[in-house]
Design a binder for this molecule. Structure first.
Ligand code: C2O
Ligand code: CU
Ligand code: CU
Length: 571
């Protein structure tokens, strides 16, 4: 009879600290004690509620506390989980003694909601972020983005998961519920344990602030008990600078099913992949080939790329195989298709050269410039396919991230045969030393100022970042798609607003026109136009002083035609 894993129920009577659950497993004929901490999961954020940012002492290592930058008292910060098509909002209250912004990484949000460092919430202040969820389901996250404070605030704990679900994906049969597990991976320095001391030297700014131990969902030395079945793991690299080569210690194969921007168009089997800061990859792992009592460790394998400062071999998370439940999930034989951009449709190519030099001031630059908060470095027309070519002129990794859209990687050093973690929708791409990456980008949703930067947060804070401005888009969520020409409803301006904004619309022929504002439950709030009008273009001023803060929609009708858009009242 196989000796199965034993849970030490009588831990207390044996004088063992209860917070350290102990498991015994049969290893080469001996009963070996397994140590560690059960994997933690952050609390779920109540959409529409308040996120209070404050410095707190929380238990990270059992028996002691760590001073962290927490949201609602939690490190990691609470998990946001919303449906595609819903409206997300959070009132963020800054109780820190320094500026803060929240950036919704990978989320397509209006520029004013993007957490740009030029829009700080001052100490004691608050701001309501709100935007409709217009994009694909997937594993996203949010984190600090204040000017030159991003790296330190993230290291102290200011980051959390942002998961978008889509009921249309349920029929695919992916593992769900208790078998759909987010894993936020962050490294910290054992030398300062139990504190998250952040004091980068010049060498740390060059290499990034690297740690030598890994926390998963804020859990040190973590283990997770699994059944002999298929799981979905959503891996988020929430580290400041460390790149992981994700693999199982026994080289067990798994499937990659999603990249930054949600599901791929097929599940791809592999045994390892690189995951750089800011990137997410969802994998499907089947534990049915293990026996009860066995364990397998998720690791970062050693590697030599990245200037030699990366590539430390690390244990990430131990899976203890302890159950026989069936998740009912499958590796889908096919996934919804992705339409890939065609490089021959590119209207313009921009080149971004990444350099590092020791000569005075900021060391990290893009096209020879370091970041300036209010300088616009590129003007980018919306709805045009562009090639953004990123050239790494250094011998270090640079995970490059673009705000305001999801893009596609086209080639690495001319090679279009891409690793599975590159192929699909992306918002961050790891640029290897001396590599040139061609990406295809098309801004389709919002006008305004967004960022391109290295997601090695020390490099970012040291200036490897630039502003670009998207303009010319009149469509939000493709409201005008399919409408006859001459019938148009523009996005209100300004938006968000308080108390007045202007709504522009156009009608192609004389007729009866209505323009009404509804709340998100579909209740009519006000009527702005309700009469016969000649063909032409109109600007209606809408005064919302009687309305509460929040998202509303406005609808234009003329005969059998109608169009609608969303607007945001912010008080
Ligand atoms: Cu995840 Cu601008 O960052
Ligand atoms: Cu981002
Ligand atoms: Cu970098």
């Amino acid at each position: 009879m196989l000796l199965q894993s034993l849970k030490l129920g009588a831990a207390a009577s044996l004088g063992i600290q209860m917070s350290r659950a102990k498991t015994f497993a049969l290893k080469s004929g001996f009963l070996t004690e397994l140590t560690g901490n059960p994997l933690r999961f952050p609390p779920v954020f109540n959409n529409g509620g308040t996120m209070t940012l404050a410095s707190r002492n929380v238990v990270v290592w059992p028996g002691t506390t760590t001073q962290v930058t927490a949201i609602n008292g939690s490190y990691p910060c609470p998990t946001v989980r919303v449906q595609r098509g819903s409206v997300f909002s959070a009132n963020v209250v800054n109780q820190l003694s320094e500026d803060a912004t929240v950036h919704w990484h990978g989320l397509i949000a209006p520029a004013t909601m993007d957490g740009h460092p030029k829009d700080p919430i001052v100490p004691g202040g608050s701001f309501t972020y709100s935007f409709p969820i217009v994009q694909r389901a997937g594993t996203y996250f949010y984190h600090a983005h204040a000017h030159m404070l991003t790296a330190e605030q993230v290291y102290k704990g200011f980051a959390g998961l942002f998961i978008i679900d889509d009921d249309n994906e349920i029929p695919l049969g992916l593992p769900r519920g208790d078998f759909d597990i987010p894993l936020v991976i962050q490294d910290r320095r054992s030398a300062s344990q139990p504190q998250f001391t952040y004091s980068p030297t010049m060498i740390d700014v060059m290499n990034g602030y690297l740690g030598d131990l890994v926390l998963v969902n804020g859990t040190p030395d973590p283990y997770f008990e699994v059944s002999r079945t298929l799981y979905r793991f959503r891996l988020v690299n929430g580290s400041n600078a460390r790149v992981y080569k994700i693999a199982f210690a026994d080289n067990h194969a798994f499937h990659i099913v999603a990249t930054d921007g949600g599901l791929k168009d097929q599940a791809v089997s592999t045994t390892s992949f690189l995951l750089s800061p800011g990137e997410r990859v969802d994998i499907l792992m089947d534990f049915s080939s293990y026996t009860l009592g066995q364990n397998v460790v998720l690791k970062s394998l050693p590697f030599t790329e990245g200037g030699g400062t990366q590539g430390l071999e690390l244990n990430i998370l131990r899976f203890d195989i302890t159950g026989n439940q069936n998740s009912g999930g499958v590796v889908p034989a096919s996934l919804p298709s992705i339409s890939y951009y065609n490089p021959s449709d590119v209207t313009r190519t921009r080149t971004f050269i990444l350099t590092m030099s020791m000569s005075g001031g900021a060391m990290h630059k893009i096209n020879n410039r370091s970041f300036e908060l209010n300088r616009i470095d590129e003007e980018v027309p919306g709805n045009q396919l562009e090639e953004w070519r990123i050239v790494n002129g250094t011998d270090e990794f640079h995970p490059m991230h673009i705000h305001g859209l999801l893009f596609q990687v086209y080639s690495r050093n001319g090679n279009t045969n891409l690793p599975p973690s590159d192929k699909g929708w992306k918002d961050t791409v790891l640029v290897n030393p001396s590599e040139t990456i061609r990406t295809l980008v098309k801004f389709q949703d919002y006008n305004g100022i967004y960022l391109l930067h290295c997601h090695n947060l020390e490099h970012e804070d040291d200036g490897m970042m630039m502003n670009f401005r998207v303009s010319g888009l009149t469509e939000v969520g493709n409201a005008n798609e399919g409408a006859p020409s001459g019938f148009q409803l523009h996005q209100n301006y300004p938006n968000p607003f308080n108390p007045t904004t202007t709504i522009r619309f156009q009608i192609p022929e004389t007729g009866f026109v209505t323009l009404k504002v509804h709340d998100l439950l579909g209740r009519e709030v006000t009527t702005l136009v309700n009469e016969v009008r000649p063909a032409g273009s109109y600007d209606e001023v809408f005064n919302a002083s009687a309305l509460a803060s929040g998202m509303y929609s406005y609808e234009l009708t003329a005969g059998s035609l109608s169009l609608n858009r969303k607007l945001l009242v912010l008080k």
